[in-house]
Design a protein around this ligand. Sequence first.
Ligand SMILES: [Zn+2]
Length: 291
Amino acid sequence: MPEGDTIYRSARALQQAIGGHPITGFETGLAKLARVNDDTPILGRKIERVESRGKWLLIYLSGDLILVTHMLMSGSWHLYRTGERWRMPRSSMRVALHTANWQAVAFNVPIAEFYTSSSIKKHPQIAQLGPDILVGDFSQDQAVERLLSFAAQSPDIEVAVALLDQRILSGLGNVYKSEVAFTAGVHPFRAVKTLTHAEAQRIVDFAQRYMKANVVDGKGDGIVTYTGNRRTTHTMHQEERLWVYRRSGKECRRCGSTIQMRKQGSQARSTYWCPQCQPWVESQLMPQDRN
Ligand SMILES: [Zn+2]
């Protein structure tokens, strides 16, 4: 599943190419969107701006219409110059927005819907999103407070499950989840109630640092959290750029212990950790111990 940084990069690329331009063509393979287009034509509207919110991508059109997409596992937005050949079959196209110079095409997006500025406030997920790590006004202090107050409400949720919960913080996905827990030195299966304030701070700090580092202009699609290795080859495999993700059975880059993997949460997502660098903590901390 694309993580928040991937969506952020997609939104930025779309904004640069089609933001501010009028729509010269609209295509969709989705009946619901086609119906909106019949009622309130998309053609001729201006693309006001493109934004990411967590893992959601929002395209604001003039006349109070917002195209909302979520990639889930399989979806992606592509950008083509007019006349350029698509790299995915036409049958996978769900939405295509044409401007004079570009075609923005959403392939296989499982969620694509139109909203207005008032109906989006009632969106079951977007309206509840926690602070977006990649947004300019993101406050680490507020995020720490949010994580800890969530821990007070749902004390037994495991740390890595909480990191994927977009209502607490939005943007983190399955790769960052393991990487952030590792660098914060927190065992991903610990209950959130065992988090100290300092640990919550480290988690938020590394989450922001990694996400930001990975949206630097020109970065490719792979997530990089580990840069200690000398880049002897030009191409790096994904596992060479990460601390623990997809490295089960391999040596920890810090301590040499064997990296572990276990499925976690109701969705059975793979979680990776180092038993030495991320020690197990059983007992519940008293509020006065949170420092
Ligand atoms: Zn280790």
